[in-house]
Design a protein around this ligand. Structure first.
Ligand code: SF4
Length: 356
């Protein structure tokens, strides 16, 4: 692409952004304005795999409770996890606290302004590093996410399949990103992808690149980005235990830090297997990890939940205890009507809804 073509495309996009860019996102400042790197970082971590609509209330709550990186660094991790509950991908929250602590303690509360140093911080990958450099510092970086890939593969009719097309898109985005307004350019691409160049029905008539876009010109906008054949998500199965002691309180445990839902509070479960497991096998597994003496009852409803890489089906077994169980890791007891005060991930909320 010639420099003048790149500049022309960039200029059209920025004119559109100044008039039609999203202004209702609480982490946005005015175009070309000063941006708080902490707020940019917080928003970008929350926005990973998550929609703007879902992120907005969480972002506002976090900024109220912990308005600076030093405040977040000093926060109680369980309080952060509790506040994060429902947003999913919980490793992000744990890494966020670790990252805040490094920035507060080793960098005097200042986020680095270059990608290399940012990549050395917990939980910051290439996309987030580039977004912080561009958006918080208007520095030389061009973040590439799914929106950017969709828009630019259409604009240039880039026929490489995912994920190979990411590198090609990265080169094009870097060629177009203007010095001094790289953050606005990045956000303009995000906005164009979210509001105009949508996945299923792009509004090419309203697009600042309508006359330039090769895919649209060929009447093939939705044929991009090219995707490799999708793999079926596997289904895993297991059982969750609703264990009640004689006074009605329900057993919760803190899951191990490593692994899915790491560090989150939930009901005890068996391991999640690719093969079906009978209720008797589930009870055997529970008996091995702690002695439950009581009455067992299998519920009819199956809890279904989809994670990024697999579907999960959980049967629920209700246990009425005669005595306290021995458990190998953190446990606590909670009255059923107070479960809403616990930071339960969505799949565990589904388990409780079977019982309440
Ligand atoms: S013209 Fe259509 S397909 Fe091309 S970038 Fe704009 S909205 Fe997307």
């Amino acid at each position: 692409m010639s420099q003048s073509s790149a500049q022309s495309l960039t200029q059209k996009l920025l004119v559109w952004f100044d008039q039609a860019g999203r202004t209702d996102l609480p982490w946005r400042g005015a175009p070309c304005g000063e941006r708080d790197p902490y707020a940019v970082w917080l928003a970008e971590i929350m926005l990973q795999q998550t929609t703007c609509a879902a992120v907005i209330p969480y972002f506002e709550t976090f900024m109220q409770k912990w308005p600076t990186v030093k405040a977040l660094a000093a926060a109680d991790t369980q309080d952060v996890m509790h506040t994060w509950a429902g947003l999913g991908y919980y490793a992000r929250a744990r890494n966020m606290v670790k990252c805040a602590q490094v920035v507060a303690e080793q960098r005097q509360g200042q986020f680095p302004s270059n990608e290399e140093d940012l990549l050395g911080l917990p939980g910051i990958g290439p996309y987030t590093a580039a977004a912080i450099v561009a958006i918080a510092h208007q520095g030389p970086a061009a973040p590439v996410d799914g929106n950017v890939i969709r828009v630019l593969t259409r604009l240039f009719a880039i026929a490489d399949e995912m994920p190979l097309n990411k590198a090609v898109v990265g080169v094009r985005a870097a060629e177009m990103s203007p010095p001094g307004r790289s953050g606005d350019f990045a956000e303009a691409l995000m906005d164009l992808g979210a509001t105009v160049c949508r996945p299923k029905n792009p509004n090419c008539a309203a697009c600042p690149w309508g006359a330039d876009c090769r895919a649209s010109g060929d009447g093939a906008a939705t044929a991009y980005p090219k995707k490799a054949a999708k793999k079926e998500k596997p289904t895993r199965q297991g059982w969750a235990f609703w264990v009640q002691r004689p006074d009605g309180q329900v057993l919760l445990e803190r899951r191990p830090d490593k692994g899915l839902l790491g560090g989150m509070t939930g009901f005890p479960t068996t391991h999640w297997a690719t093969q079906p497991m009978t209720a008797d096998e589930a009870v055997d597994e529970a008996m091995q990890s702690g002695v439950f003496t009581g009455t067992w009852r299998t519920m009819e409803t199956t809890v279904r939940h989809t994670f990024t890489h697999f579907h999960l089906e959980l049967g629920v077994i209700a246990v009425r205890l005669d005595a306290m169980p021995e458990r190998s890791f953190d446990t606590l007891w909670c009255a059923p009507h107070l479960l809403h005060t616990q930071a339960l991930p969505s799949v565990m909320k589904k388990v409780s809804s079977v019982m309440i």
